[in-house]
Design a protein. Structure first.
Length: 117
C-alpha cells in the first residue's frame, strides 16, 4: 500500500510537526476564538512569541488569523533598575543560591485575543 518513499515522506512530515516548540499559552474561548499569552524579558519578543503561537494555532486548522485585541503589561518592579547587580542580590545568591532576579525573564506579558476564520 505505502511505498518506501511514502513512508519516508510521512515520517518526515510527522517529525516536522513534532518540532514545534510552544512559546506561548493558547486558551480556547470557543467559536474559533482564542486567548494567546506570552511572557518575555523584552516586549517585542513577547509580541513575537504570541504572534508566532497564534499563527501556528490557526495554521493547524487551515484558517486565517484575525487579531481582535492585543495588550502588553509590564510586570517588573522597576524598569530602570532591571538587571542591576546590587549587594542584596549578591548576598541572597550566596546564602540561597538564588539571586532573586529570575523574574527578569518574564517581565512583559502580552495577551492577544484572536480568531481563526
Amino acid at each position: 500500500m505505502f511505498t518506501r518513499n511514502h513512508r519516508i515522506a510521512l515520517g518526515f512530515a510527522v517529525a516536522l510537526l513534532a518540532c514545534h516548540t510552544q512559546v506561548a499559552t493558547v486558551l480556547p474561548k470557543g467559536g474559533g476564538k482564542y486567548e494567546v499569552v506570552a511572557q518575555n524579558a523584552n516586549e517585542e519578543a513577547a509580541f513575537r512569541d504570541a504572534e508566532s503561537e497564534a499563527r501556528y494555532t490557526c495554521d493547524e486548522k487551515d484558517k486565517e488569523l484575525v487579531v481582535d485585541n492585543k495588550e502588553s503589561v509590564y510586570q517588573g518592579a522597576d524598569k530602570e533598575k532591571r538587571g542591576d547587580v546590587e549587594a542584596e542580590n549578591v548576598a541572597l545568591a550566596i546564602v540561597t543560591g538564588s539571586s532573586g532576579k529570575e523574574r527578569d525573564s518574564d517581565d512583559y506579558k502580552v495577551t492577544l485575543q484572536i480568531a481563526c476564520q
